[in-house]
Design a protein around this ligand. Sequence first.
Ligand code: ZN
Length: 275
Amino acid sequence: MKATNDLSRLCVHTQTTKPWDLNACITAYHQAGIQHISIWRHLLENQNLKEVKSELEKHHLQVTSLVRGGFFASVSKSKRQEAIEENKKAIEEAAALGAPLIVLVCGADPEQGLETSREQIKEGIQAILPYAQSANVRLAIEPLHPMYAGDKSAIVSLGQANDLAESINDPFVGIAIDVYHLWWDQDLKQEIDRCGKHNNIFAFHVCDWRTPTLDLLTDRGLMGEGCIPVKQIRQWVEAAGFQGPIEVEIFSERLWKQNQTEFLEKIKHAYIHYT
Ligand code: ZN
């Protein structure tokens, strides 16, 4: 199939161009012809959200998702309660920006078992669900790669995320499918189909897996630089009914050191040819 130059579904996460502040991201993405942005919450600190919203509108940028909520699991009851309050705040921010979705990194605590963390994650999502519903903001559980099971997410496969979303069974709770976290899974295609059948594919994140990976957090690659069959996974996700923005989410010390305007052009190229 011939690659098209259609960028209409390309979305970039602000963390992908980490050296830029929010205004720089908005201006540069717009200049590059990008129409979708996912905003990381730390960039909203001390910002007037009304002004941010109007800047986004002025630059014809739609917010795909606010990143990130979650972190529900903890041995400490007060920390679990704090997480719920923080997630309510995230929901308010999303509503103020017109962001339809919050990505949830669910959390894990190395001082307790994964089953306990998973129960707390479900309780946490159920606790914030009424706020999400009344603000019209959807919640996307993002299963992470198992290497993060110790302290970031007790949800480490699409099967587990499907189980959780289906057990909550609410149109406001679905899943963010990220190729970086899920590409290794022998059941990936089946679980994508299952996720689609329940209308639970809320978001799709892309990047690539470099070998050797030099850092577990910040050595992601551009699509085409690694061993993830990104095009194939995109086909599965689309065959399962997903037609939303394709979100480029790359954390890379190597790429953050480059000129970010040039990096954005590389992202467009990788999106067109390897996604
Ligand atoms: Zn992601």
